[in-house]
Design a protein around this ligand. Sequence first.
Ligand code: SAH
Length: 509
Amino acid sequence: MKKGKVWLVGAGPGDIGLLTKKAIELLARADFIAYDALVGEEILCMLPEDTEKVSVGKRSGRHSVPQEEINQILLEEAQKGKRVVRLKGGDPFVFGRGGEELELLEAQGIPFEVVPGVTSAVAVPAYAGIPVTHRDFTSSFHVITGHPRKDGSDRIDYEALVRMDATLVFLMSLTSMEQVLKRLMKAGMDKEMPAAVLERGTQCRQRKVVSTVAHLLEDARKAEIGTPAIIVVGRVCALSERFAWYEKRPLAGRQILVTRARSKASRLSEALREAGAEVLELPMIETKPLDAESVSFQELEEQPSGREVWLVFTSPVGVECFFAQYAEQKRDLRRVFQTGADIRFAVIGQATAAELKKYGWNADLVPEVYNGKALGKELAAHAGKDSQIYLLRAKEGSEELTEELEHSGHVWKEIAIYETVCRQESSFADLIKEKIEKGALDIVTFTSASTVRGFAQTMAGLDFTKVHALCIGEQTAAEAGKYGMKIEISDRASIDSMVEKMKTLYARE
Ligand code: SAH
């Protein structure tokens, strides 16, 4: 029997950027993923679509799976020969019951590995501007659970903690906050000692309340702090204001849904995250190269010498598919150039021009405005009357481009090289629907009409008037308009312009 293996993996406190490289690689190759409630939404949305996944944590009202059952699931899946990833919030061995999960595996001879994660005990204070140690204030920090044992007792020596004069980080202590603070003061801690409670650290709704040991309870109640949260006690808390950085970024506190093509690393997501936003990515459309047999490049290689020939690309993926198809068909690009035809390149925008450049070709024509209509107009103005235009693009591409060429009387021909297919389902569609219904998601970005259609299919049944949409251009906006979404349009059809638009929308007074 083929033996599987279990990886006990830390997911960090929420921010997807705090996921380790090893965790990302293991998730991509897993056959089975069991995750708990503390795993961030950004991370959930990037889990591979086709991998079997189970939630074993408490989330929106559902009960968590009992520990013994989790241990059993891991064992059984591994016994089926699978690569099992047990994904846990923070670090798996910091109050994560990671040890318990390994016991059964060890007893049954199932191989396992542990992948440490960034623990909330250190990262959450850091995101609140609190260094857990600082030479001027403290030389040690302690991570403690304030959660009492079943009989109500605990093993914490509060006198010892107070004597240490250290930074104290309490996990799982929100419900026992009153006891924790009282006992610290009873053990002799200065009532004016700075203290903080930090809610949902590293995630878009992170909040902090900074106070003193004497007043933290009252202040946290007033602010209605909820779980997950950690309590930090120590003089380093006083630095929180000076070292605050998280909320200073322009899109801090915003949660944005980016719809995109599958398997495309999104530059938009990167730029939004850099500006401080939390980005949920939802793969909406898949681009599929058409079968090599149905794509013919023969004509390109049979042009009369001297003829002006335009090769037109309307997306970066079109460029990519063109070269892939050429190679796949075992053709040789030299044949196109050996005809002696005067080959020119036209592209829809800078991103497509950049993709073309990767292959060593410069675009001769990029329209001012990045859309099909503008490209058609510019082509009509620049291409000679006797030229031959080839549109190398998606099947059923936009008619705006061809309408312009019809008008001007140019000779054009379409060579469809790929198609876009909408994805019907997504494991986390319900999570996203719920967020939109509750108004918890700030905005959804669309970079093409097909992403709008894909979104509408995946989110069937959603009240689309609740969707605040940021669209890359008029055509995309028109599609979003059909569903009654509330629409914003970026000034120019580029990723940078979309990010700028977002910053303007959420600019703080
Ligand atoms: N293994 C985890 C801790 C699990 S215990 C780690 O290393 O971070 C669960 C406790 O962790 C919660 O009760 C809370 O105190 C803390 N916690 C985890 N993630 C948090 C977050 N994003 N913000 C605030 N507290 C968090």
